[in-house]
Design a protein around this ligand. Structure first.
Ligand SMILES: [Zn+2]
Ligand SMILES: [Zn+2]
Length: 377
């Protein structure tokens, strides 16, 4: 059997290889012989964050998934930051990404399928013309084609990318007084860091971490990756609840992209932030744990006690689902009544008592569920 690989994209190979070499060889040498100061390191951090968040908050959560709406100023800033990050245009990136979600792990369709291995999903998919047949097919992004900023950035992507990647470091170097240092640190090191941390989401976030919500695809939750990727490391959650503007849903989970989008909503720059219903999130987690424990118990079917254990598991699971449904129904009703100001004093007291009792019953059930499942996983 012979397989011919598609032709190499030499421009991409050259960009990735040269920037990487300059970042790991030339820059440390320059640092050793000339040195960098605090202002340069700070500018590296600012430029890296600008690129990173333009991709995560802009390309990813705004344009690819439409998890919220943003005004023209915010969209313009993300469009510039995305060109600076050198990850192709918004339109192209979003088109690829929507295919990734729709056909995740399908080696024939997912542009960066994790099943093709670490190297391919990280960078390999961009080094050859794997996507040639559908390179300019943006039919899955018709909505984005109505956004003037998206189309403007798409049309002028190359000049914008060159202008930002050379112009921003050059301008900083000129003001600060060390042009070569700025080109190395803010130009090249920033680009390499920005590239590879984003690429980790396609590679490592599909290989390394936990799967609390679903095992139907390879996506993982990984707090360390979230730290490197402005919150995108909670990728298992993201692949099941892709319309949620958050990736790390708990307050303690590191998700600066979520914090940025939320803060911008306070000043009216973003709106209609979408979140997934809490009961669906809880149910997904319970289902995952149920299936995992069930699978584990099934490996020991010879034991007599296994059947009893399986029955107990199912029973506890059903009860948990019921209590989740009861509590969140009550919560929804309470919010509706509060909104309409329909609660009369005596009614509200009674209803609140019921609501509190349901909450307590759910918490008790959750405790017993965790005790039961903790023995097995
Ligand atoms: Zn996504
Ligand atoms: Zn993914």
């Amino acid at each position: 059997m012979t397989s011919t690989k598609p032709p190499v994209l030499w421009l991409n190979v050259a960009i990735f290889a040269l920037t990487f070499l300059v970042a790991v060889v030339a820059t440390p040498l320059y640092g050793y012989f000339v040195g960098f100061d605090g202002a340069q390191w700070l500018m590296l951090l600012i430029a890296f964050s600008f690129c990173g968040m333009s991709i995560t908050a802009g390309y990813h959560r705004l344009w690819s998934h439409k998890t919220y709406e943003a005004n023209a100023v915010v969209r313009f800033i993300f469009a510039i930051g995305g060109a600076f990050a050198l990850q192709n245009s918004i339109l192209h990136w979003s088109s690829d990404h929507r295919i990734h979600h729709r056909y995740v792990d399908n080696n024939d369709k997912d542009p960066y399928s994790a099943k093709m291995g670490f190297f391919y999903s990280h960078i390999g998919w961009m080094l050859r013309e794997y996507q040639a047949s559908r390179y300019s097919d943006y039919s899955n992004c018709r909505d984005l084609q109505k956004d003037k900023i998206v189309m403007w950035q798409h049309k002028f992507y190359v000049p914008l990318a060159i202008l930002t990647n050379i112009g921003i470091p050059l301008l900083f170097g000129f003001v600060h007084g060390d042009i070569w240092g700025a080109l190395l640190l803010v130009g090249v090191v920033r680009l390499v860091l920005s590239h590879h941390t984003t690429f980790f989401i396609n590679s490592l976030a599909h290989i390394w971490g936990s799967q609390p919500y679903t095992e139907k695809n390879t996506a993982r939750d990984n707090g360390l990756l979230a730290f490197l990727t402005f919150g995108e490391g909670y990728h298992n959650f993201h692949h099941i609840f892709e319309n949620d503007y958050r990736n790390g849903i708990r307050w303690w989970q590191f998700d600066p992209t979520k914090w940025l989008i939320k803060s911008l909503s306070w000043v009216g720059a973003t709106k209609n932030l979408r979140i997934s219903p809490e009961d669906r999130i809880e149910k997904a987690k319970a289902r995952m744990l149920h299936n995992r424990v069930q699978k584990k118990l099934m490996t020991n079917l010879a034991s007599q006690s296994t059947e009893l254990k399986l029955a107990r598991l199912d029973e506890e699971y059903e009860q948990l689902l019921q209590k989740i449904a009861d509590y969140y129904d009550a919560k929804k009703r309470l919010l509706e009544l509060k909104k309409k100001k329909l609660l009369k004093h005596y009614e509200s007291f009674e209803f609140l008592q019921q609501y509190k009792a349901m909450k307590q019953r759910l918490e008790e059930q959750q405790r017993s569920w965790h005790q039961l499942t903790a023995q097995y996983v």
